[in-house]
Design a protein around this ligand. Structure first.
Ligand code: HEM
Length: 163
């Protein structure tokens, strides 16, 4: 059996562990979208890099289609989150900002789906062009509009300065 002193000590330790856990989950609740979006974006970069290496080659269409499918799923995940620069936006403009973020993600999803349709139809040159031009432009616009000011240029130099 535990002595009262040991019991008190272990209760105190348990209470501090619980308090710490509660604090951490509270503290991370405001930053979780940011972290999660950054993580998803890292995944999107991986898929687009893999695609760049296969998309022009019809013999690698199975690989390209797999990357495209995974990229589309990541875009859908990202679309459910809030843009990371939300705290920089005036409260009355936040709903419109969120809507614009989702709109940009929907445009990206649509463009990536067209890349997929072109690969599936064996139009590799068209697919490669769309990936290099349209998808990249939507990415850069997204970073210009929705990355926090101090994160521009992050993600492999893919961001631009806000106007
Ligand atoms: C295929 C297209 C895209 C790629 C490959 C891409 C890639 C990336 C990468 C590598 C980062 C840096 C992640 C990090 O913090 O480590 C990033 C950040 C970010 N991107 Fe994208 N991105 C794409 C499209 C978009 C679009 C369309 C939007 C907006 C609608 C967007 C919004 C953001 C935001 C807000 C961040 C900051 C995330 C954070 O640090 O919390 N991205 N992106």
């Amino acid at each position: 059996m535990k002595t009262p002193a040991r019991f008190l000590l272990s209760s105190a330790l348990l209470a501090s562990a619980l308090a710490l856990a509660a604090h951490r989950s509270f503290a991370s609740s405001t930053a979780s979208d940011e972290t999660k979006l950054g993580e998803i974006m890292g995944g999107m970069r991986g898929k687009t890099k893999a695609l760049a290496g296969t998309i022009g080659d019809a013999a690698k269409n199975a690989d390209s289609l797999k990357s495209l499918d995974e990229l589309e799923r990541l875009i859908l995940d990202a679309k459910l989150l809030e843009p990371t620069d939300m705290p920089e936006i005036a409260a009355d403009k936040q709903p419109a900002h969120l809507a614009a973020f989702r709109h940009q993600m929907a445009l990206l999803l649509s463009e990536v789906a067209q890349v997929e349709a072109e690969v599936a139809a064996g139009k590799n040159a068209d697919a490669e062009k769309r990936l290099k031009n349209k998808v990249t432009a939507l990415r850069d616009e997204g970073h210009q509009e929705f990355q926090p000011e101090d994160e521009h240029g992050g993600g492999g130099g893919q961001g631009k300065k806000k106007k």
